[in-house]
Design a protein around this ligand. Structure first.
Ligand SMILES: [Zn+2]
Length: 307
């Protein structure tokens, strides 16, 4: 892809991705990669690290922020490229990526996304011989409050931020006030709309947004968009993310009580959010996501429904 996003977003943090998916390098005495991306992002990350003069042995940690396909499928390739690296994930994420049926489906989605990128004229050099593994290795379980010291005044603190998924973590580099929220703040579109993604629990999603909003953040290292680089803008984004979640939830509840069907509401969300760079994921996957948002809203209000 020509539009490389290699960019220094803080003194010790580099954004290595493209307009679709980010991996972030945190460079202390040891290096960590936060977000493992998709299969196609691996060669890009390897090349960028080489450009930065980082040897493969310096990469000591790979962080799987949660167990969705677009945050997992790059892990096997990165593990191969960086053999000294330990792969970190939450306990729930580790269990999920150890299931063969889940991982098989993840790589199917990975391939569909790759095909959509190819259809957009991107990825001319994707290695189509790529063979996905049966499961994805995790070496170390991270719990709330765990800290990884990379040396050179560089520590990564781990926070459990469920709601998008039960297994979601956010990572905070206190020395530089950089937050890696993964998907816990939703997906931003160009018109300021945000795809609010409470796929596992509406209440947990709100709690997680409030939790990360309490961290002093100057750089918001988003996984699907360029990092936000200014404290005021980060604060605005977090506030907006919370408001959008509440707005969507209230709309679903109001509309359902007024007689709109589950399917109709899910389709409305699909049409609103399946666009721009987000639409490189499969329609099927997106329909699952919008169904889940409607479901979690209704569950949060103890409303019975059939679906
Ligand atoms: Zn996700």
């Amino acid at each position: 892809m020509t539009d490389s996003f290699l960019k220094k977003v803080a003194d010790k943090v580099y954004q290595l991705g493209d307009p679709y998916y980010q991996t972030y390098l945190v460079r202390g005495e040891k290096c960590a990669l936060v977000e493992t991306g998709l299969s196609y992002t691996v060669p890009k990350v390897v090349t960028r690290l080489a450009e930065l003069g980082i040897s493969p042995e310096e990469v000591r940690y790979l962080v799987i922020t949660h167990a969705h396909f677009d945050h997992v499928c790059g892990a096997p390739g990165l593990q191969k490229a960086f053999p000294e690296a330990q792969t970190l994930a939450s306990a729930i994420a580790a269990r999920v990526v150890n299931k063969e049926n889940v991982v098989a489906n993840h790589f199917k989605e990975d391939r569909e996304t790759v095909n959509n990128l190819i259809a957009r004229g991107l990825l001319p050099d994707y290695d189509t011989s790529f063979q996905p593994p049966a499961t994805v290795r995790v070496d170390r379980i991270m719990n709330e409050g765990d800290v990884i010291d990379l040396g050179d005044d560089c520590t990564l603190a781990f926070y459990m931020t469920p709601g998008h998924s039960p297994c979601s973590m956010s990572i905070y580099l206190a020395e530089e006030e950089v937050l890696f929220p993964s998907d816990c703040l939703g997906y931003p579109f160009s018109n300021m709309d945000i795809f609010t993604m409470y796929l596992s629990s509406y209440r947990d999603y709100l709690d997680s947004i409030r939790k990360v909003s309490g961290l002093d953040t100057s750089v918001l290292a988003l996984p699907h968009a360029p990092a936000i680089l200014e404290k005021g803008k980060v604060r605005d984004f977090m506030r907006h993310s919370l408001e959008m979640a509440q707005e969507v939830h209230n709309h679903i509840i109001r509309s359902f009580r007024n007689g709109r069907s589950f399917e109709d509401l899910s389709l409305e969300l699909f049409k609103r959010y399946y666009k721009e760079n987000w639409a490189v994921q499969s329609e099927e996957n997106m329909r699952i996501c919008t169904d889940l948002v409607v479901r979690r809203s209704l569950e949060a209000e103890n409303i019975t429904f059939s679906k």
